[in-house]
Design a protein around this ligand. Sequence first.
Ligand code: GL7
Length: 839
Amino acid sequence: MNPPINEMMQSQIQIEDDRTGLSIETLRRAMADNLFYILGKYPAIANNKDYYMALAYTVRDRLLHRWLNTYEAYMKPEVKIVCYLSAEFLVGPHLANNLINLGIYDQIRQAVQESGLNLQELINTEEEPGLGNGGLGRLAACYMESLATLEVPAIGYGIRYEFGIFDQEIREGWQVEITDKWLQDGNPWEIIRPESEVYINFGGRTEPYQDDQGNYRVRWIPEYVVKGIAYDTPILGYKVNTANTLRLWKGEACESFNFQRFNVGDYYGAVDTKVYSENLTKVLYPNDEPVQGKELRLQQQYFFVSCALQDMIRIHLTESENLDNFGDKFAAQLNDTHPSIGVAELMRLLIDVHHYSWDQAWDITQKTFAYTNHTLLPEALEKWPLSIFGRLLPRHLEIIYEINRRFLDQVRMKYPGNNEKLSCLSLIDDRGEKYIRMANLATVGSHKVNGVAALHSELVKKTILRDFYEFWPEKFTNVTNGVTPRRWMVVSNPRLSELITSRIGDNWIKNLDELRRLEQFVDDGHFRYQWREVKWGVKQDLANYIEDKLGIKVSPDTLFDVQVKRIHEYKRQHLNVLQIITLYNRIKHNPNLDFTPRTCIFGGKAAPGYYMAKLIIKLINSVAEVVNKDPDVRDRLKVVFLPDYNVTLGQRVYPAADLSEQISTAGKEASGTGNMKFSLNGALTIGTYDGANIEIRQEVGEENFFLFGLKTEDIDQLRAKGYNPWDYYYNNPELKSTLDLISSGFFSHGDCELFRPLVDSLLHSDPFFLFADYQSYLECQDRVSQAYKDQEYWTKMSILNVARMGKFSSDRSIKEYCENIWYAKPVPIEMKDYVQADA
Ligand code: GL7
């Protein structure tokens, strides 16, 4: 019998109250409840970390309804799901973002306050999951957020690294790596899904056999098997019901496999297998180091991709009888070549396990996959030695040979007798030791290939995939990167966001093009004043942080000139340093020089094995040490290296910048996304003609962008005619004295050897053309200094930068992917109350 209406309503209110209610009092109580029942603590013994956890669970409860409703909606056969396959997801801290996207930030702030606590302090205790190296991983996270905001069904598939990117400490100016223990205090945002375990084979051999119907088939007899366990994190859209899933896989020992050894008395052998299996997802590989020969990395890649594809197949088969429509149900995006083994794995699953014919399987595979290229740097182009590959994935090697055979037959038809073409296009590099070329595999197995900024996509077609472009021009396209304005403005820069909203309302948060409406206020003196006030306040916050962490006093009245990103020679942090030393020299030679005071801020990690990058960090810190304490400088120039740059720190830094340094050698930075975050927060850019800089400049207007340096073509020409860095050294007195000062040991307590490798590399080869761009960079910096003196004019440029950045929302990028690559559509989520339905 149904309960009377009144009782039903009451119980509904009760349920609302406990886990979904949004009133301040309910939120406060829920937090206290979680503190007691989940953390097992009471206020007198609880610290901020405990309260953070209690709050996180309170927020997670309020996500769950959306999440389960979303999940259910995606099970419908007609719904197409985007599967973003990425070895990295650099999501950053969850709490503040979820509060904003749920629209409960203010309620929670009050509830927390009424509990006698400070929300910002709780937010600051969150350990961020550092499951990525830099731009590529952060892009995946922005895309997940935009997919959810646009209500597009999506699953992010990746690896749940136990140790993410290392924490960086600076000791005596050098980088020291500390293991990242992000899981140490538990992770309240993930839910383990033991029921979705999958099994992943490695090694062994293959064997032909005839099935009952007399068909010839191949089976893979693995040497060992690892179990994949899914850990899900909800990714909430901004003020929508959609909560998509980030599903990260952890490697575990496969019990049944272990048991065999256990049964024959090999107890330690069984434990070994366990340790081995769990090693698989232990640690994230740093990029910027050649990956060849790192077998564990290939194991990781295959592991998570196979987990993902098996999971997708399982989802599909719960609602369909077969996999014929797999490519209509799923769009799988290969985030760089790291997941590209997926092409061979889907073929294997379709042919060996689900008994499709080669041609059917190939159609499905090509329809399903698309590939994004993120770099042209030769050392980042993945290729696996055939020996390792074949030992680990014998069946995949056979499949790749067959894909290659069929593909090269097509090539022969188009270019009869052209062996050069065959050798360039082949999936196997057999010019010496044999390698599998992963970019070629990804390209052949995908229906679309894209670069990440207009210039980059052109260069992909002209350089690394030139022959593929010639063969399949229609396959190639561009999707310029974007960043989510929720995290990179609303969460990280509330003051600027509020000022903007006070003038144009808050629609810009979902439709970033609306920022254009700010243009009408550039001539409003009061608005400009408010704009400066906001920037000044945020700079003051960063100044406090710097003083707190490093004991260096910097003034928000100086120009905050910022370069934060991974440390890499192509990104040319050392060009920035050469400039700083030059400015320092100028002050020393002319102590009363009229000088626009600057605070030069750096941040970024170097790959642990990248010696030159580590030396650049040491150089920055050494220059800082000298400059910051030189009385002649009189606070006109300060240099700061912020240790442990990560998403959390980025959220502090981007809003506080006046000047964004985007000074890579033209043609080397595929896109850059930091450049977008800076400009969105009102910094002006000093940049080369590279990556997305070009498009940013186009959007904000040439007059609001400080461009310098050689273009890609210029560099090619220079290289062709023979580049000699010595010429620049001898012909440019400022450059010469800058280098001589470094070589003299001036920044290294008299040690003339310390920076020699760096100086020698510049003088003898300068592979990234610092000397060629030095003069142009300095002159451009002089223009920056001049412009900064006119604060009214600078503010106008700053406002126009923000107003015209609409294009660089990741919402725009995602719409382009949906339209041109994934053919996926939004599916708005209707809410139904599961708890109530079951009650
Ligand atoms: C990168 C590019 O270097 C960077 O320019 C780009 O913005 C980013 C996202 O597309 O991808 N490629 C790459 O390998 N890493 C990047 O950050 C690590």
